[in-house]
Design a protein around this ligand. Structure first.
Ligand code: GLU
Length: 327
């Protein structure tokens, strides 16, 4: 169908809605602060808004107290939000409904594999460090399922299209790392949507929440770049558009190891106690991706005019954090 030359075209671009999606399993560290800063700048520099979603799906590993601390640390850095906090732990009914839809469409199946079976049968690892599922439980008969149910509570997996099916090859256009293509059958296999202990899987909850909360720009560490294909696929099945993705560099120790919660001295609790100012932290993180000169102390608001995804994409190697990083 042709469009008359003088008809109005795609009027306005939708407003950017970004999000913070912390998992409250410990104190925020410098790496989380960096992703949060990029998420905030990405949305606010485009005049957009921010949603706060606490990813506390696993009740054994996470707590409200930790979530409160994370939110206070973000506020202390100068990062605010407009909606939320929403708690994933309070949204299980929503995930139940979505899972029922997928189950009803025959897109899922129960998986009885134990951790050691998964390891033994594992193909080369998927891009995010997990194994590629080999489909062991994909074609169990109804009687096999019934029999195994007696012994073990299953997890639930989503069927991905088989290797030659173009619907299973997903192209992600990342604002920082460019085009990333995954073929789901080869790169991850049928993936978990619910764990065997009943906890909903990250891929399901995060996709559903981003869609239902109107999030259209997802900013997070590049360790999750591989997940974007799974999430795009799942969103498509549910009839939603995928958000724009911007994965950002990771913070690493001088020996190349990823900074982790174990580096206590780099968590925001310790840094605040030491008297480090938020403008120092924000300035050093911003300088690492070329937004300001080294040695600048600056607030997130002052950084808004300096921010662009183009700049970040030119400085997208991992950020080495040595002893002198915050000096
Ligand atoms: N909750 C995840 C984390 O704290 C982030 C998930 C996401 O951004 O998609 O690492």
């Amino acid at each position: 169908m042709s469009t008359p030359a003088n008809s109005p075209r795609s009027p306005e671009r939708p407003r950017v809605v970004g999000r913070f999606a912390p998992t409250p399993s410990g104190r925020m560290h410098l790496g989380n602060a960096f992703s949060a800063l990029m998420a905030w700048l990405g949305a606010r520099s485009a005049g957009g808004s921010m949603v706060m979603r606490v990813e506390d799906l696993d009740p054994r590993a996470q707590s409200r107290e930790r979530a409160d601390l994370l939110m206070r640390d973000l506020a202390w850095l100068g990062l605010n939000w407009d909606e939320g906090p929403f708690y994933q732990s309070e949204r299980t009914e929503v995930y139940e409904q979505v899972l029922a839809r997928l189950e009803g469409a025959g897109l899922t199946y129960p998986c009885f594999c134990t951790r050691s079976q998964l390891h033994a049968a594992s193909a080369p690892h998927a891009s995010d460090g997990t194994y590629v599922y080999q489909g062991t439980c994909r074609n169990l008969s109804a009687s096999e399922v019934a029999e195994r149910m007696l012994a073990r509570q299953p997890a639930t997996r989503l069927r991905v299209p088989s290797a030659g099916d173009p619907r299973g090859t997903i192209e992600v256009h990342d604002l920082v790392y460019g085009v990333h293509v995954e073929t789901l059958a080869r790169d991850c296999g049928d993936f978990l949507v619910r764990r065997s202990d009943g906890v909903f899987a990250y891929q399901l909850a995060v996709s559903v929440d981003d869609a239902l909360m109107g999030v259209n720009q997802v900013v997070r560490g590049r360790d999750l770049l591989g997940s974007a294909a799974r999430q795009t696929y799942l969103l498509g099945l549910l009839g939603f558009d995928a958000p724009a993705y911007a994965h950002v560099p990771l913070l690493v120790a001088p020996d190349g190891r990823r900074l982790s919660k174990r580096e206590r001295d780099l968590d925001l609790g310790a840094l605040r106690e030491e008297g480090v100012r938020p403008e120092r932290i924000v300035g050093r993180l911003a300088a690492a991706v070329g937004l300001v000169d080294a040695g600048t102390d600056i607030s997130p608001i002052e950084l808004l005019s300096e921010f662009s995804w183009e700049t970040i994409s030119r400085h997208n190697s991992d950020i080495v954090v040595g002893d002198e990083f915050l000096l």
